[in-house]
Write a protein that binds this ligand. Structure first.
Ligand SMILES: C[S@@+](CC[C@H](N)C(=O)[O-])C[C@H]1O[C@@H](n2cnc3c(N)ncnc32)[C@H](O)[C@@H]1O
Length: 331
């Protein structure tokens, strides 16, 4: 299978999760792809172009991606642009700076400069171009064709306050999506959130075409989760269950993605939080077959005897809460 270099323009909302999400989606949807370079605001990977529509449908923490063209210093932009080999068609050039890079540079000037060079061979069309060439100003300037734009606003339409049933304790849908992606689950896989609350993770799993399963000890949450799924027109199987009963209730699943209570606002039903986490991690391991993954968000670092910790991403929420995104693999 021929591999083509593709540049992913990452969102700057977290230092490590966006790149990790892209790599996990490539492993799930584009086996054989490999990372070529990683820098501020971008990831370059060799991929099978045919698998990219599936990758596009999954990502939450990327702005856009497409075929890579070249990288250069700012003062080499004109000669490098003149040597680009582009498909035929009208062109528009857009430029963006990664936060903190090239503070004195005006991105409109960069886009105009590249556009002027490309106009020798291509019609320039700023409203309805056949090709959009992007210049991403990072530690260098990276040029690529933007072929897949992620609709990031769709996630805001599913934020807690937009759901018929909500509690304030819920991951933003983009992070719920990223957590599921990090488990490398695929369409059709059974994906379980055993602390489902209002169903933010269950909802994203269902929208990704997975068989979405959820459970929670609180019958009100389960009812609310079902209402939320119905509101967004997706299906899921949601049951009332204490975490300890989850293995017998659901049997084996393809992946676990979950955000247990943090021990403060979210209810732990008076159980000691460390005991609850131990039971949660043990039950997650029990429902997975060897090689399957669990994405578990906790307010601190945790380990498991039955699962190996593959990745850990920290996200500071406020002074007393740092979310720790654990990605475990069942031994
Ligand atoms: C942080 S909330 C989950 C938030 C969820 N991701 C969402 O989008 O709304 C944690 C949930 O764990 C549930 N919970 C607490 N103790 C539990 C237990 N022993 N077994 C199962 N669920 C439990 C709570 O009822 C609560 O809904």
């Amino acid at each position: 299978m021929p591999l083509t270099p593709v540049l992913f323009e990452l969102s700057g909302e977290h230092p490590t999760l966006p790149a990790a999400e892209v790599l996990a989606c490539l492993r799930a949807e584009s086996p054989g792809s490999r990372q070529l370079a990683l820098g501020p605001g971008y990831l370059l990977a060799a991929c099978d172009l045919g698998s990219l529509p599936q990758v596009h449908g999954r990502l939450g923490l990327t702005h856009r991606f497409g075929r890579y063209l070249a990288s250069c210093e700012l003062d080499e932009l004109e000669p490098v642009s003149s040597r680009l080999e582009l498909p035929s068609g009208s062109v528009c050039v857009r430029a963006r700076k990664v936060e903190g890079s090239f503070p004195e540079v005006n991105t409109h000037e960069v886009a105009r400069k590249v556009g002027k060079v490309l106009s020798r061979e291509h019609e320039i069309d700023l409203t309805c171009p056949e090709l959009t060439v992007r210049a991403l100003l990072s530690e260098k300037v990276h040029l690529f064709i933007s072929e897949h734009e992620i609709d990031r606003k769709q996630f805001d339409r599913r934020k807690v306050a937009e759901r018929p049933f909500f509690s304030p304790i819920s991951l933003h849908p983009r992070y719920a999506r990223a957590l599921i992606n990090l488990t490398e689950a695929k369409r059709g896989d059974r994906v379980l959130d055993p602390f489902c609350g209002t169903g933010g993770i269950v909802l994203e799993a269902a929208l990704l075409g997975m068989r979405a399963l959820g459970s929670d000890i609180d019958p009100q949450m389960v009812e609310g989760c079902r209402r939320n799924l119905e509101h967004f027109g997706v299906e899921g199987e949601v049951q009332v269950a204490d975490i300890g009963d989850v293995p017998s209730m659901f049997g084996k699943v393809g992946a676990v993605a979950t955000d247990p209570p943090y021990g403060r606002a979210a209810s732990t039903k008076k159980e000691d939080i460390d005991v609850l986490y131990r039971r949660g991690i043990k039950a997650s391991a029990e429902v997975l077959s060897p090689g399957c993954r669990a994405g578990i968000v906790l307010p601190r670092e945790a380990l498991s005897g039955e699962m190996e910790l593959l990745e850990l991403h920290r996200q500071r929420v406020h002074r007393s809460l740092t979310r720790h995104y654990h990605i475990f693999i069942r031994r």
